[in-house]
Design a protein around this ligand. Sequence first.
Ligand SMILES: Nc1nc2c(ncn2[C@@H]2O[C@H](COP(=O)(O)O)[C@@H](O)[C@H]2O)c(=O)[nH]1
Ligand SMILES: [Mn+2]
Ligand SMILES: [Mn+2]
Length: 482
Amino acid sequence: MKKVKKDDIQKIEEYLWEIPKSFREDMRVPARILANETLLDDILDDRSLSQLVNVACLPGIKKASLVMPDVHEGYGFPIGGVAATAHPEGAISPGGIGYDINCGVRLHVSKLQREEVENRLEDLTKELNAQIPSGMGKGGPIKVYADEMDEVLTKGAEWAIERGYGSKEDLQFIENNGRLPFADPGYVSAMAKNRGADQLGTIGSGNHFVEVDYVEEIYDDIIAQTYGLQKGQVVVLIHTGSRGLGHQVATDHIRSMMAAMPKYGIQLPDRELTCVPFNSEEGQDYFKAMCAAANFAWCNRQVISGGVANAWQTVFGKDGGQLRLLYDVAHNIAKVETHTTEDGPRKVIVHRKGATRAFGPGSDELPEAYAKAGQPVIIPGSMGTCSYVLAGAPKSEEMTFGSCCHGAGRRLSRTAAKKQVNAPVLKQELREKGILVEGSYRGIAEEAPIAYKDVDLVVDTVETSGIAKKVAKLKPMAVIKG
Ligand SMILES: Nc1nc2c(ncn2[C@@H]2O[C@H](COP(=O)(O)O)[C@@H](O)[C@H]2O)c(=O)[nH]1
Ligand SMILES: [Mn+2]
Ligand SMILES: [Mn+2]
């Protein structure tokens, strides 16, 4: 396959680059890259842009295939990729969503200041570690089988709230209120349900985490006030997804889509892009199962919030106050949304794979309290650098189908990171900087800060391009890794 070189890319706006449709004859739309020049040079090093060009060949794709500045190569689609296909006949591709369906992040805000938490940080870290199972194959606090699992898959976060994990007010601060209505547990295999049976309330391995941070800087006073963020305040970030259940849903449906593809006469440059028409039988089966797995992930994050609240109360007692949910966003998902395309406004199937929804002010998808501010966009950076809270801005609708980056993005593979990082040394260095890290040495090495791009550059790029606005910068204090 023809490799993308810098000469093939045209600058079309500050921080927006294009690989024209003429680059390869099977492209149906141009491919666009949101990046500054430094990030673009890095992006050219891996297969991300070849994958982006492949995505531009999907049946029914509208306007352009896109990557955010945190892009890196993934299964079929690059991670950091966005693609919108015509509803209802355009393609749905599990590779455009990822194996960890509805991997996402949520942010809780506390009433405590950095100094109040610092002197209890060891205890808090131990308590969080005890309350929230992490690592591969670790079971959680509850088991769900048969009809109860079907209820989880249908109700999402609400199922957990009904059982005392969080409060009803939380729902309005979760994307789609923590529940996709098209979920149908009948399309989730027994094996997938079995894999998920004891995984609610667990973060899993590797890149997933529960992290205590403080607000180091506020960039927009008004939006920060709307979100309830203040300088010095302690917050908690939770990053995980649909665990083994979501992975099995993707595995099962990719297999059946591969078998069905010839029937629809779909030719693709890479079999990892496997797709079928959204309105085909296989497309609908997958979509219903994907929605169910997304609901499982929201329920999982809600149960984890319950564990975090228990740990918080154990250490800080009633005076420590509640942990209010600021927002919960998905970054591996497909949704039917209305966006402006070359045909004008129309319904499209937006694939966000390592990309966050970033709706601007006035969207009717936002909770009333955030209507003027825009949607909170939560961008984790790394365990040793910083993370950001942004607000979705109007230009995201024009440029990126209402989407933004989802993190700093990997610059080193896990294998390369393990070769370069001495985990015990890194853990000690972070401790000396005031950051306590719990997790396997393998996980710590694979997820070391040097494994990730410069999150400041990534965030500056999305802000300058106008798709999101910086609101606050968060600095890590304690991290529980998978
Ligand atoms: N604040 C932290 N951010 C982290 C950590 N480990 C990874 N990351 C960031 O998360 C994004 C999203 O990851 P993905 O697995 O969903 O692609 C990633 O790009 C990193 O920037 C951490 O320990 N703390
Ligand atoms: Mn994720
Ligand atoms: Mn994940």
